[in-house]
Design a protein around this ligand. Structure first.
Ligand SMILES: [Zn+2]
Length: 201
């Protein structure tokens, strides 16, 4: 299996992922696998569920370091792809606490963002023994599309196609994410960078 999760909140991350994707996942050591006897929740995003299976059966290695709360919301949000030596954060760090915050505001958005993170990390993943790609930007566009698809699945709404692609932009303290003609997210940030509110479709 090619999803490895470590860090102080590894178990919580796998439980969160399991709940989001509807597959019964288990963590043995640092390896995530499907529990063959586990129940599958059918009321989830197919895009996210398929993505998790794609990660689990990929020949490439997706590694995640799971932390709890994010102590530096002005610097990080949700994850840090490259990590940060200044903050003692390893590459591919993910904050379970930030997912929990999103879930309190808009549960579907938390799932969409899980799709974003996994698509990005899978895109950059390489076979075991080979470092993950550092061409982060190459995978962000694909991740935006996956993020939009997850929200589209959950809301039964179309995403942008053709020349218009799902996009995000920052306007002052507002992060806007546009997934489709009727699907826009607005995330309002406090002065310290923490999330004050999320408005969605
Ligand atoms: Zn991204």
């Amino acid at each position: 299996m090619s999803l490895r999760v470590r860090g102080p909140r590894a178990q919580q991350f796998v439980e969160l992922l399991s709940r989001y994707c509807g597959l019964s996942l288990r963590l043995v050591g640092e390896s995530v696998s499907k529990n063959p006897d586990g129940l599958i929740n059918p009321n989830v995003s197919d895009t996210l569920q398929d993505l998790v299976e794609e990660v689990l059966y990929s020949p490439n290695l997706v590694e995640i370091v799971a932390f709890g709360g994010n102590r530096e919301p002005a610097v990080f949000w949700l994850d840090s792809y490259d990590g940060s030596p200044a903050f003692q954060l390893p590459a591919r760090s993910v904050f379970v606490g930030d997912f929990n915050i999103l879930e309190t505001f808009l549960p579907d958005f938390a799932r969409a963002m899980m799709g974003h993170v996994l698509r990005e990390y899978l895109g950059a993943a390489r076979p075991p023994g080979t470092p993950a790609s550092r061409m982060f930007d190459d995978y962000h566009d694909a991740a935006m599309r996956t993020e939009a698809q997850v929200m589209g699945d959950l809301r039964g709404l179309p995403i942008w196609t053709g020349n218009v692609r799902p996009w995000e932009a920052n306007y002052g303290n507002i992060n806007v994410r546009s997934y489709g003609p009727g699907m826009k997210i607005q995330m309002f940030l406090d002065a310290d960078g923490s999330i004050a509110a999320v408005r969605g479709p």
